[in-house]
Each structure stands twice: as structure tokens, then as C-alpha cells.
Design a protein around this ligand. Structure first.
Ligand SMILES: Nc1ncnc2c1ncn2[C@@H]1O[C@H](COP(=O)(O)OP(=O)(O)OP(=O)(O)O)[C@@H](O)[C@H]1O
Ligand SMILES: [Mg+2]
Length: 176
């Protein structure tokens, strides 16, 4: 089974994906590293990839295998399950600030989380989308929740967060 873990930068994809891969005994694939290794896209500081080319190559290399694929473009791949991780946009802001990201980049990502950009894209691209809120949870708790949703056969679980309720708390991060 191919499980894609997607979400806004800083939401916790890599942390959760590695743990989930360990728990399931699946191969872990970092999508950015994969693209670079395969020479897909261009590295101009940030990696710019053609999602169709990425999806085509990924399917050729991983179809029928058991993998956890980690990356914010994961929902453009042909996956059996797409997990969209969510976190309070303030957490995204704090984490990216700690990483030393420029203000513009922090704002862009906090805004993306606020208005569900990745969730909406994932729903356009995939049948089985599972949204998981990581806020206030440990990575282990998030992994347990993902496993439970998959094992109980939940087909779709979306609409579990509404960050418009916390808009006031994230104003300092926005590019207004
Ligand atoms: N419940 C949680 N799930 C995942 N990460 C968490 C959680 N709580 C706190 N964290 C912390 O959040 C940070 C998430 O960083 P991580 O590198 O996993 O994000 P990412 O989504 O892979 O980012 P990027 O898109 O830049 O690769 C880590 O420092 C992790 O310890
Ligand atoms: Mg990561």
C-alpha cells in the first residue's frame, strides 16, 4: 500500500512519516530526496518540479510496494491513502521562524494552512483522504490515529479543523 503524508511545510510530515514507516515496516521515501535523486525538476534553492513527471516516475518505481511517502506534493501521486496533516497555523509560524525562514515564506505557509490549501488540492486529486489534526498531540498519538483510521477502513475524513476560529492569533504572521 502507498500512503502519502502531505501537509503544509512544518506541519510534521517527516516526523510522522518516519514513525509510521517504522510501525508498519514500510519503506520510507522522502519525496524531495527522491526527485533530486531522479533528476526530476530543477533545484533553484527551492525544488521546482513538474508534478505529472514526479507522479509518473513515482508510480513506475513504487507501484505495488509498501511505502510511506513524505512530502508536500504527495497528494499529486497515485496513492492508496492520502493523509493530510494539519496544525494550528501559529505552530507552523513558530516552527518556520525557529528554522530561520524569511518572513515572506513564513507568511505564505501560515496563510496556506489557515485556508486549507493542501486539503483542497488533495480532495481534487484523490478518493481516500484522511485529515488528521496534530495540534496538542505527540507524533506517537498522531501515528496511532492514522493507523486506526486506516485499519478501520475509513474512506474519507475531512473538515475536522476550522482555523478561521483562531485567525486573530495568527495575524502577526500574515502578509497583510
Ligand atoms: N504531533 C506532532 N506530529 C508531528 N510533529 C510534531 C508534533 N508535535 C510536535 N512536532 C514537531 O514539529 C516539527 C515538525 O517538523 P517536520 O520536519 O517533521 O515537518 P515537515 O512537515 O516534514 O516539514 P517540511 O515540509 O519542511 O519537510 C518537529 O520538530 C516535531 O518534533
Ligand atoms: Mg519534512
Amino acid at each position: 500500500m502507498i500512503i502519502a503524508i502531505t501537509g503544509t511545510p512544518g506541519v510534521g510530515k517527516t516526523t510522522v512519516s518516519k514513525l509510521l514507516a517504522q510501525r508498519l515496516g514500510y519503506e520510507y521515501v522522502n519525496l524531495r530526496d527522491y526527485a533530486i535523486e531522479k533528476g526530476i525538476g530543477e533545484l533553484k534553492g527551492e525544488l521546482e518540479v513538474e508534478v505529472d513527471e514526479l507522479a509518473y516516475n513515482f508510480e513506475r518505481d513504487f507501484k505495488g510496494k509498501d511505502v510511506i511517502v513524505d512530502g508536500h506534493l504527495g497528494h499529486f501521486l497515485k496513492a492508496d491513502v492520502v493523509v493530510v496533516l494539519r496544525a494550528h497555523p501559529r505552530l507552523i509560524g513558530e516552527r518556520l521562524k525557529d528554522r530561520g525562514y524569511p518572513r515572506e515564506k513564513i507568511g505564505e505557509n501560515v496563510e496556506a494552512e489557515l485556508v486549507d490549501v493542501i486539503l483542497v488540492e488533495a480532495l481534487e486529486e484523490n478518493e481516500r483522504v484522511l485529515e488528521v489534526d496534530t495540534t496538542g498531540k505527540t507524533p506517537e498519538e498522531v501515528v496511532n490515529e492514522i493507523l486506526e483510521l486506516i485499519e478501520t477502513g475509513v474512506k474519507k475524513r475531512v473538515g475536522i479543523v476550522d482555523w478561521s476560529e483562531v485567525y486573530d492569533e495568527v495575524i502577526p504572521y500574515l502578509r497583510l
